[in-house]
Design a protein around this ligand. Structure first.
Ligand SMILES: Nc1ncnc2c1ncn2[C@@H]1O[C@H](COP(=O)(O)OP(=O)(O)OP(=O)(O)O)[C@@H](O)[C@H]1O
Length: 347
């Protein structure tokens, strides 16, 4: 079967941000993304997971064209972004939409919802002025803000966090996107409302075939959203492991992902009281700057000399592509909670 072409493709993307120069300090650079290769295909779900500062938002900004790579290439539907003509550029702007974490900051507090959603539709000629209310109501219905007439005249501060997040999703889908970049879309809303927003993303993916790139530091929601998709695990600006999410999370290869999974709390007091297997160092314990060789070596419990000297490349290991010198020598990963639960049953 012929593989469909990706919506967007990142090839060897590098992003350096300039740090501010101090009185006695020369300007320095933060390497936010390093050698990123990633393609996103129509209708698929890709979950980007990593701790704070690993480069997830920078990656989303590069995909959306908000941040230009320092080097490397970004392609939209096969054309390199800087080489696109005006028409392609407009299509790129519409077909890739972002849903940000902070709905307060993303919505103009002075504008009623009918304006927030309606004006872009008129500007893009997706609607004439006469029918704009009807169009906006359609999108409010799609994101389950019903009845729409209760929301049209409201300002952002008159909505709950969950409703504002739905409003952001409505604004994004009104541009007829092929890819939604959802950057921690539920981290600022009430836990009780999170599942319904995540379910909405799943509906948009399955019913309307919109590709979703879900960005999070939370493995629980990553598992939920990406159950039929792919995962890319990020560490200090690099993708360190990627593959089918279910397979990767049940058989993780990279020591960083193993440690993340072992650190997930287990809601069972008998298990929670047992000592945990995680022994990676915290971010504060590593020296400043990007480590030489493998970027994870300063925190890795399996570090050897080669890890300090040579950068590992992405290779096939089990169901994953992963970058680590030591994977072949590591013990098989059995989920800590599974083994602990077995111990408890035996006892
Ligand atoms: N505009 C900028 N100028 C300078 N440094 C930046 C800029 N944007 C991001 N960075 C730095 O780049 C690195 C990656 O940041 P990024 O926001 O992409 O990470 P993240 O994984 O999304 O983190 P978080 O989950 O906290 O948002 C960080 O060290 C951050 O401080």
């Amino acid at each position: 079967m012929e593989k469909t072409a990706p919506i967007v493709e990142l090839s060897h993307v590098e992003v350096n941000f300039k740090k501010k120069a101090g009185l006695f300090k020369k300007a320095d650079y933060v390497n936010a993304l390093h050698d990123i290769n990633l393609s996103i295909y129509p209708g698929e779900v890709v979950v980007l997971v990593g701790e704070s500062g690993s480069g997830k938002t920078t990656m989303a900004n590069v995909i959306a064209g908000i941040v230009q790579p320092t080097s490397g290439k970004v392609f939209f539907k096969g054309t390199q972004v800087p080489k696109m003509n005006q028409e392609q550029r407009e299509e790129y702007r519409s077909r890739i939409q972002m849903v940000q974490q902070d709905s307060y900051a993303s919505l103009n507090p002075m504008r009623r919802m009918i304006k927030t959603l309606g004006d872009p539709l008129v500007i893009k000629k997706y609607s004439d002025k006469k029918n704009v209310e009807e169009k906006v109501s359609h999108f409010l219905n799609t994101v389950e803000l019903t009845p729409p007439e209760n929301f049209l005249q409201k300002y952002p501060h008159q909505l709950s966090g969950g409703q504002r997040q739905r409003m952001l999703i409505a604004r994004a889908i009104s541009m007829n996107p092929e890819l939604l970049l959802a950057d921690e879309p539920v981290s600022m809303i009430d836990v009780s409302l999170r599942v319904s927003v995540l379910n909405l993303l799943a509906i948009l993916n399955q019913r309307d075939n919109i590709a979703i790139t879900y960005i999070t530091h939370d493995l629980a929601t990553a598992r939920y959203v990406g159950q039929n998709g792919r995962i890319a695990v990020m560490y200090l600006g690099q993708i360190v492991e990627t593959g089918n999410l279910q397979e990767v999370l049940s058989n993780p290869q990279h020591p960083y992902l193993r440690a993340l999974l072992a650190a997930v709390p287990i809601p069972d007091p008998r298990v929670a009281r047992q000592p945990r297997e995680t022994n990676i160092k915290t971010m504060e314990e590593i020296e400043e700057g990007i480590p030489h060789g493998c970027r994870f070596h300063n925190r890795c419990p399996y570090c050897k000399e080669i890890c300090k000297e040579k950068k590992p490349v992405m290779e096939k290991h089990g169901f994953s592509m992963a970058a680590c010198h030591r994977i072949a020598e590591l013990p098989p990963f059995s989920l800590y909670q599974a083994s602990r639960k077995e111990d408890n049953h035996e006892g």
